[in-house]
Design a binder for this molecule. Structure first.
Ligand SMILES: [Zn+2]
Ligand SMILES: [Zn+2]
Length: 282
């Protein structure tokens, strides 16, 4: 599939009546089930379009997103994905939310943290923009998840990002990600895993700890201490803090991350490709 086909979908759904048709069908499926079909006149009524010629024209333009015939209309799988995308609100860069208290403390200054959504990202922030972390969850996440679990579930999504990247899968398009450890010249200077999506071009840059969070040894270590680390916001975990890793050797590159729980430690050594080459539990 080329980029043009996707651009065409944006063209098709940027028209208000067509977007309304898709939303009306999604609402219908929510109440009647995925296989239910809506008759032409009922669909037109739900959309509120009086001009049937105009309505038919727009309905025809939705070929591929809407399946239709004499027995009525329903969304195709692609149509449903388009509605989910429209309703996620991720294109609405003016939308704002919060602030809401967040667990943990700022890695830079130690102050309390809050979550605030603005400019298309959920920021974990102490109030100083230079210290903030940006999480890419859409407005729909904040509109529909209960407030008291937003931090935990946003953490879960970020942790999944680490696992997907480690597995070579792009969190944005599911394309192939390949990358390596890189020295990041931030403050502090620290190692990151930098993954490049060969399909969409997204650049995945993660602290080494977050990159390793979903590793089976890290999961098992935490499970043994009664913690499901997949649901722990990574910004509350010491081993995910930028600079928490140590350099074992530079040629070949070997970086070590030490995870602590109770009186135990788990030490993981990764090579320049991000492969775990040694683990030690003491
Ligand atoms: Zn701060
Ligand atoms: Zn991608």
């Amino acid at each position: 599939m080329d980029d043009d086909a996707s651009t065409d979908v944006f063209d098709v759904v940027s028209q208000a009546t067509r977007a309304d048709i898709l939303r009306a069908l999604a609402d219908f499926h929510r109440s009647e089930g995925a296989d239910a079909r809506l008759a032409y006149n009922d669909l037109r009524k739900r959309v509120g379009e009086r001009d049937s010629g105009n309505f038919t024209y727009h309905l025809d333009r939705l070929d591929g997103l809407v399946e239709g015939g004499a027995d009525g209309y329903r969304l195709s799988r692609v149509g449903m994905r388009v509605v989910s995308m429209l309703r996620s609100g991720f294109l609405d860069t003016d939308w704002t939310w919060g602030p809401v208290d967040a667990p943990g403390e700022c890695w830079t200054c130690g102050d309390d943290l809050c979550l605030r959504y603005e400019a298309g990202a959920l920021h974990v922030t102490c109030g100083d923009d230079d210290h903030a972390l940006a999480l890419y969850v859409p407005p729909s996440f904040l509109q529909s998840q209960p407030r008291d679990v937003v931090a935990e579930r946003a953490g879960f999504l970020e942790n999944r990002w680490g696992s997907l990247t480690r597995a070579g899968v792009c969190s944005e398009c599911s394309g192939r990600v390949k990358g390596e450890l890189e020295l990041w010249h931030g403050d502090p200077e620290h190692y990151v895993y930098h993954g490049d999506c060969h399909h969409c071009g997204f650049q995945h840059v993660l602290p080494v700890g977050l990159f390793l969070l979903g590793h089976p040894d890290v999961l098992a270590f935490h499970f043994d201490h009664g913690v499901d680390v997949r649901t722990v916001p990574f910004w509350t975990l010491d081993f995910c803090e930028p600079g928490a890793e140590s350099v074992v050797s530079r040629a070949p590159l070997r970086v070590r991350v030490v995870v602590e729980a109770g009186c135990e430690t788990l030490s993981l050594t990764v090579d320049g490709d991000g492969e775990v080459v040694e683990t030690e539990r003491t």
